[in-house]
Design a protein around this ligand. Structure first.
Ligand SMILES: O=C(O)CCC(=O)C(=O)O
Ligand SMILES: [Fe+2]
Length: 355
C-alpha cells in the first residue's frame, strides 16, 4: 500500500507524491527539501506525482473538454490537419499511425505492428511559430470553436512550459547546480503538447489478443514529460523487476517522468522508465456496456470506456548540445556518454522510427 507521500508502491517500484508548492507559490515551504524529493524520485523510479503544481483544476478540465470535442470532429476535418513529418511533428495522428516502441529501426517497429496497433488518436501541437518552417495545424479555419481551441491550447502550452522550467529548476537544486542552471537551455524550449484519445474498446479485443495494448511500452525522448490523465486508468510503469505496475490516477496531480535525453544528460543517474497504457484495471473500473447509448458501439457488446490524457513533452532548445551534467561524474572515465549530442538529432532519430 502506498503511504501518504507515495503515489505508487508495489514490487520495489515507489513513486513519490510530492507537494510542489515551494516552487509554484512564493514563500511557501522548503525548496531544497522539495528539490531533493523530486531528484530522488527521478533517480529511483523515473516517475513522480506532483500536487500544487500551479495549473488550476478548472483550466485542466476545460482543456480536457476542448480535447474531447476536437476528437469528435468529422474525420475529414481532422485529416485536413494531419501530421506530416518527424521534423515538423505537428498535427493530427489517426489510429494506428504511430507504433510506440523502443526500437530505433523502422523495419523492426513496422514488423511489431502486426501484434496489435496502438489504439489511440492524437493531436500534436508544437511551439507556436506561424512564420517558421513548421506552423501548427489549427482547427481555427473551421469555426469559432476552432478559434477558441487555438487560443486556449496556446495558453495551456505556456502554463506547461512554465511548469517545465520549475521542475528543471528543482532538478538543478537537487544536483547542487543552482536554481537557474537549466533556464537558458530550456527557454523557450522546443516542447510538444499532445492530446490523446483512446477510444472505447470491446473487452473481447484485449481478451483475444494478449499483445493488444492501448499504447505500447516505451520511454519518452526528451527532458521531462508532464502527464495529465483522466480518472479511467490504464497507465502502467515498469518496476525494477520488469513488471508493469498501475500508475493509478490521483485527482489534482500531474504525473511527471524523466525522458531519455535527461537520463543521458544526467549520466544515467536519472532513470527514463518504460511505461505503457492498457485497459483499465478490472478491479478499479469494470467494463461498461455501451451500444445502447447510441455511441456507435455494437448492441450489447461490453466495452472499456474511452480514455483521455494530455502529455506535454518537454525538451531543451533543439540546438542545445547535451553534454554530461556537472555533478553527475567525477572523472572523464565516469562519463557513460563520451560524445555530446544535439538535442534535435536525438529527438528526430526516435520519431522517425515510430511513425
Ligand atoms: O496516455 C498516457 O497516459 C500515456 C501517454 C504517453 O506515455 C505518451 O504519449 O508518451
Ligand atoms: Fe510516454
Amino acid at each position: 500500500m502506498p503511504s501518504s507521500n507515495e503515489a505508487v508502491s508495489e514490487d520495489s517500484l515507489s513513486i513519490p507524491l510530492i507537494d510542489f508548492s515551494s516552487f509554484t507559490t512564493p514563500n511557501t515551504g522548503d525548496k531544497s527539501a522539495t528539490a531533493d524529493a523530486v531528484l530522488k524520485g527521478f533517480q529511483n523510479a523515473g516517475f513522480i506525482y506532483l500536487t500544487n503544481f500551479g495549473i488550476p483544476p478548472e483550466i485542466l478540465s476545460e482543456t480536457f473538454e476542448l480535447s474531447k470535442r476536437f476528437f469528435e470532429r468529422p474525420f475529414e476535418q481532422k485529416e485536413a490537419l494531419r501530421w506530416t513529418t518527424p521534423d515538423a511533428n505537428r498535427g493530427y495522428v489517426s489510429y494506428g499511425r504511430e507504433k510506440s516502441s523502443q526500437s530505433l529501426d523502422k523495419a523492426t517497429v513496422d514488423a511489431s505492428r502486426s501484434q496489435g496497433l496502438d489504439l489511440k488518436e492524437s493531436m500534436e501541437i508544437g511551439r507556436e511559430d506561424p512564420n517558421g518552417p513548421f506552423p501548427n495545424h489549427w482547427p481555427d479555419r473551421f469555426d469559432e470553436e476552432g478559434k477558441v481551441f487555438k487560443e486556449k491550447m496556446l495558453d495551456f502550452f505556456q502554463r506547461c512550459d512554465d511548469l517545465h522550467l520549475k521542475v528543471m529548476s528543482a532538478i538543478a537544486v537537487g544536483l547542487g547546480l543552482g536554481e537557474d542552471f537549466f533556464n537558458e537551455s530550456c527557454t523557450p524550449g522546443d516542447n510538444n503538447l499532445r492530446l490523446l484519445h483512446y477510444p472505447p474498446v470491446p473487452k473481447e479485443t484485449f481478451k483475444s489478443n494478449p499483445n493488444q495494448l492501448r499504447l505500447g511500452a516505451h520511454s519518452d525522448y526528451g527532458s521531462i514529460t508532464l502527464l495529465f490523465q483522466d480518472t479511467v486508468g490504464g497507465l502502467q510503469v515498469q518496476s525494477p523487476t520488469g513488471r508493469f505496475i498501475n500508475a493509478t490516477p490521483i485527482p489534482n496531480t500531474v504525473v511527471v517522468n524523466a525522458g531519455d535525453l535527461l537520463a543521458r544528460w544526467a549520466n544515467d543517474k536519472i532513470k527514463s522508465t518504460l511505461h505503457r497504457v492498457v485497459e483499465p484495471d478490472r478491479s478499479e473500473q469494470d467494463a461498461v456496456v455501451l451500444g445502447e447509448k447510441g455511441d456507435g458501439g455494437k448492441e450489447g457488446q461490453e466495452y472499456y470506456p474511452a480514455r483521455y490524457s494530455i502529455a506535454h513533452f518537454c525538451n531543451p532548445n533543439f540546438d542545445v548540445m547535451i553534454e554530461t551534467l556537472p555533478g553527475t561524474y567525477e572523472s572523464e572515465e565516469d562519463k557513460v556518454y563520451k560524445e555530446a549530442i544535439r538535442c534535435k538529432d536525438h529527438l528526430v532519430q526516435r520519431l522517425a522510427a515510430t511513425y
